[in-house]
Write a protein that binds this ligand. Structure first.
Ligand code: AMP
Length: 416
């Protein structure tokens, strides 16, 4: 046996109903808010993420599945969706093609991380992006939609956390303040933080090393260093969230692990998920489209982790559908008619199971029991001769006979 790769998972039949439920609600909510679906490739040029996600991020420095392909090109499995969505938006001039540049996508992402519960090397995201609108009303609507999505799944939310990381005008001042506040204590932080202090001091807030936390907790807050325009924007975002009746906490530590964020950042945390409790996270990225070679357009979006949503889904959500009927053929001669019966049920939109020739009626009934089908449709010589079918309700054991040409109508009625 050749085992699967560490950090990857098979989504098995017992769980797949929960996945389908999450995907169904994701699509339905996105469509209701006016988003159009886009499907981009899993492989992209490595430079898309080096430029987009950012050279100083852990994702680009340590976690990409990057390789040289047979043609000598540097390729990577995508670690996140946003740069691909921006690329597709620019490459296909979607700004002209759509009434609103609101896009969503569902699919696998790849990061070479240390696997644990809720963290995998292949995982799946719902990705949502809005381009071209800088108004804080969009931030409000995007966050409201993210909350509505999680609520519609019946998931208990621990909290909505927001922050503003400022813009290119005010962030340098904040970065300098961080380095200054650290002063001599910088040498007490972990190696990663010392590197971050040189390349991108905001990243220090991503540090998970316990010994570093007291020092990091005492650092200045980005909110206190916002320029006037960023402060007004952040106040407006909060006003929109208040108007929607959403409860939130402002956390100065929410800078998120990607380089491109400007102004608003947010996360929704799930209850009872342990250390990996971020269900979704996102923010505004007003310079990314231009940085990736497109026109100067604003952007905002979020990505939700489907594995974590599936974990957080309430018990019983997305349970597998049980079959309407299991067709049982008694005697060699009944098989052709039994197969036609199963075909007619399926064509009528009913779920029908049937065994294959050569199985005794006893083994068929055993399998029917194991399948959990609601009822057995029995076709033996008597039934064949009279053009009838015997219907046995599995729950009660009750049996009755109906005419062959009435079976689909009868089962469709019973389904309602
Ligand atoms: P990010 O793309 O890092 O902003 O993450 C957005 C969301 O994707 C997180 O809130 C998680 O729900 C999910 N996520 C990120 N990385 C992983 C991973 N390695 N395994 C599972 N889910 C992840």
């Amino acid at each position: 046996m050749i085992p699967g790769i560490r950090g990857t998972r098979d989504i098995l039949p017992a769980e797949v109903g929960r996945w389908q439920q999450v995907e169904r609600v994701a699509r339905a909510v996105c469509e209701r808010y006016g988003y159009a679906e886009v499907r981009t490739p899993v492989i992209e040029r490595e430079e898309l993420f080096a430029k987009g996600t950012g050279e100083s991020t852990d994702i680009v420095q340590k976690e990409m599945y990057a390789f040289t392909d047979k043609g000598g090109e540097r390729i990577t499995l995508r670690p996140e969706a946003t740069p691909s969505m921006v690329r597709a938006f620019v490459e296909h001039s979607l700004e002209q093609a759509l009434p609103f540049a609101k896009l969503y996508s569902l699919g696998p992402m790849f990061r070479y991380e240390r696997p644990q519960k809720g963290r995998y090397r292949q995982f799946h995201q719902l990705d949502v992006e809005v381009f071209c609108i800088a108004d804080p009303a969009v931030d409000g609507e995007v966050i409201e939609m993210a909350s509505a999505f999680v609520a519609e799944l019946g998931i208990t939310v621990a909290e909505l956390v927001i922050n503003s990381v400022g813009c290119e005008a005010c962030r340098p001042r904040f970065s300098a303040a961080l380095v200054e506040a650290l002063g001599a204590r910088l040498s007490e932080l972990c190696g990663d933080c010392q590197r971050r202090a040189r390349t991108n001091p905001l990243r220090i807030f991503d540090c998970k090393v316990p010994a570093d936390q007291p020092i990091i907790d005492a650092l200045p807050h980005s909110e206190d260093y916002l320029c006037e325009a960023c402060r007004v924007h952040f106040d407006e975002v909060k006003r929109h969230l208040d108007a929607y009746g959403l409860l939130y906490r402002v956390s100065h530590r929410l800078v998120r692990g990607l380089d491109y964020y400007t102004r608003t950042t947010f996360e929704i945390l799930g209850a009872g998920l342990g250390a990996q409790n971020a269900l979704l996270g996102g923010g505004r990225y007003d310079h990314l489209v231009k940085r990736l070679g497109g026109p100067d357009r604003a952007g905002i979006g979020f990505a939700a982790g489907l594995e974590r949503l599936v974990l957080a889904l309430p018990e019983g959500a997305g349970d597998a559908n049980v079959a309407d009927a299991f067709v049982v053929a008694i005697g060699e001669a009944s098989w052709p008619a039994a197969r036609m019966l199963a075909r007619d049920l399926r064509r009528a939109g009913l779920t029908a199971l049937i065994d294959y020739d050569g199985h005794s009626s006893k083994s068929q009934m055993k399998r029917a029991n194991r399948s959990g089908a609601r009822r057995m449709l029995i076709l033996g010589e008597d039934e064949l001769a009279r053009q009838q079918v015997t219907i046995k309700e599995m729950e009660t054991g009750h049996q009755h006979t109906v005419a062959r040409d009435q079976v689909t109508a009868e089962l469709t009625k019973l389904r309602r």
